[in-house]
Design a protein around this ligand. Structure first.
Ligand code: SF4
Length: 168
């Protein structure tokens, strides 16, 4: 859990084209409670370790990578929703700065489990669900197993049901 504006981050990747549509900055949260077998980022599972920083410090690091070509930020893990206050604060700060910044969040929770979190009103796309090794499919864009969904969050909240986006 984050404490008063502090987030624990495993790392940041700039200029990614594999963590969502378009060029993106990717922020990896440290710590994940799901412990999926075959996890692609096992070093990000322990809640110990990582780099603790303020939300303002994280914002500055993200902004290094934001430019006319890179307008997206992806939060991955680890489990971003395990630090709900920090996740909310950094996404709010980005949207307050420029609401056109496109936000994707990867979570091991299902949409139905996190839909009432305040940050959901600020997220554009949620990639949901645990990684399930027997459902692994490397042909799927932007996700690892077939159970995971690319969810249009604003439409899903408006309609009260999950609306998936199609990416081929
Ligand atoms: S939810 Fe993601 S980060 Fe967490 S254990 Fe599963 S695959 Fe790894």
């Amino acid at each position: 859990m984050s404490e008063g504006g502090i987030v624990n981050i495993a790392g940041i990747k700039y200029d990614s084209v594999v963590d969502g549509l378009g060029m993106r900055v990717v922020v990896f949260f440290q710590g994940c409670p799901h412990r999926c077998s075959g996890c692609h980022n096992p070093e990000n599972i322990p809640f110990e370790g990582g780099n603790k920083m303020t939300v303002s410090e994280l914002f500055d690091k993200i902004m290094i990578g934001i430019n006319p070509l890179t307008r997206g930020v992806t939060f991955s893990g680890g489990e971003p929703f395990a630090q709900p206050e920090g996740l909310y604060e950094i996404v709010k700060k980005l949207k307050d700065y420029d609401k056109s910044i496109n936000i994707w969040v990867y979570t091991g929770y299902d949409f139905e489990e996190v839909k009432s979190f305040p940050v959901m009103k600020l997220i554009d796309i949620l990639v949901d669900g645990r990684f399930i090794e027997v459902k692994k499919d490397i042909s799927l864009p932007f996700r690892g197993s077939k159970n995971q969904r690319l969810i249009d969050v604003p439409s899903s909240l408006d309609l009260g049901k999950v609306v998936e986006i199609k990416v081929s």
